[in-house]
Design a protein around this ligand. Structure first.
Ligand code: APR
Ligand code: ZN
Ligand code: ZN
Length: 370
């Protein structure tokens, strides 16, 4: 048992508080990781507002990286003390139908974590000093000095990849790049639309550029974010506050629309823009998470007469054990400019301010350092 500083969410609508909590030792197949960097992802904000719910109170943070300080009993040996690791918010049991059929993002352990607020075995290593119950978020809870996670929720980070890059790679980057790699088909030489140029959307734009899509069209409501989108490979940018996004996309694609559109915000209005901007036979890939009660009305005849599809993609529909090492290798080869995705760096004690800045439109991915 060790005491760690951590950002605790007690109730939706209240700011997170940074306080000392207790962290139990790793059990079978688990590891203790000292956090070096954690990303300020929009998903945590959904839990802060109550748009998404999880067992409370909990320790926030799900996009993190650090150094392994201890390995629990009966671990596989894949992760060793001293390894630098990026943390995954979807573990992988390896034996359920989703895992075996090559779709580990839908591993049953994800549901166990969500329902119990625990690690994959359904129990928590976190508690308050008085022994009362404290939950994990998405099996990670990395807005903390240290975490205990399942070893299957960690990927070794190669030398040369800094902790903040490792952290954002394990959520925003793999979600955006993964949607292009694992969902979009035949991207090369064809138009690709990305709506939303936050951490996830910019990563999708990077993935689109890397894959040879053309033109890469980015839509946002913030000119600064659109400028960044251009740096990452967007060739057409549209500010949807100033212009009709779908009409502009049609104009940029000879009136046809795009075969693939990625929505990286999670709003009905922008999903509709994506659908309207999609060519006949095209597909909208919904990547942005909305609040739990978000609904998206789809005009039926766009599906039938124009044979469009809307599909969802969680966590880049990836197999992180394969895709994350590829992302690291491309970063080290200079082909994924992830450094430019980084925004302001703040101490963990400033977590509430970091989220105020996110909501106010901070450019680049914020990083919290314990
Ligand atoms: N039209 C266009 N762009 C918009 C709109 C809108 N109506 N509203 C917001 N945006 C832009 C913002 O300007 C910002 O650039 O969407 C982007 C959202 O970025 P972030 O807040 O950084 O969110 P991010 O972490 O990238 O996550 C996006 O994916 O995983 C989910 O929960 C996450 O719902 C979130 C989404
Ligand atoms: Zn995230
Ligand atoms: Zn599984």
């Amino acid at each position: 048992m060790t005491t760690v500083r951590a950002a605790v969410l007690r109730a939706p609508g209240t700011p997170p508080t940074v306080e000392d909590v207790e962290l139990a030792d790793p059990r079978d197949g688990e590891i203790l990781v000292r956090i070096e960097a954690a990303g300020v992802c929009h998903s945590d904000y959904h839990y802060m507002t109550g748009g998404l719910t999880a067992p409370l109170p909990l320790v926030l943070g799900h996009e993190g990286a650090g150094i392994v300080e201890a390995v629990g009993p009966r671990a596989s040996g894949r992760i060793k003390v001293g390894d630098r690791v990026a943390l995954l918010w979807r573990p992988r049991c390896g034996v359920c139908e989703a895992c075996v059929s090559g779709n580990p993002v839908l591993c049953e352990l994800g549901r166990v974590q969500a329902a119990t607020g625990g690690l994959p075995d359904g129990t928590s290593r976190l508690s308050f000093a008085d022994g009362s119950e404290l939950h994990h978020l998405m099996g990670v809870s990395c807005f903390a000095e240290r975490v205990v996670v399942n070893e299957n929720a960690a990927v070794v980070v190669p030398d040369g990849v800094p902790p903040e890059i490792a952290a954002i790679s394990a959520c925003a980057v793999i979600t955006g790049v993964g949607a292009v790699w694992n969902v979009v088909e035949k991207a090369a030489g064809r138009p690709l639309l990305v709506i939303g140029a936050g951490g996830v959307g910019l990563s999708a734009i990077m993935g689109a550029a890397l894959t040879g899509a053309h033109p890469v069209v980015a839509v946002d409501i913030d000119d600064e974010k659109l400028e960044l989108a251009r740096e990452f490979g967007a060739t057409v940018t549209i500010n949807s506050r100033q212009a009709d996004a779908a009409a502009e996309v049609l104009a940029a694609t000879g009136g046809r629309g795009v075969p693939w559109a990625i929505e990286a915000i999670g709003r009905p209005a922008t999903l509709r823009q994506a659908l309207d901007a999609t060519a006949a036979g095209g597909t909208v890939v919904a990547v942005g998470l909305g609040a739990a009660d978000t609904e998206f009305p789809v005009p039926l005849n766009q599906l039938v007469q124009r044979q469009k599809r809307v599909v969802g993609s969680l966590y880049g529909s990836s197999n992180p054990l394969i895709d994350l090492p590829r992302i690291f290798a491309l970063y080290l080869a200079g082909r994924l400019p992830l450094d430019r995705l980084l925004g302001e760096r703040m101490p963990l004690s400033e977590v509430a301010t970091a989220y105020e800045h996110l909501v106010a439109g901070a450019v680049g991915r914020g990083i919290l350092v314990p």
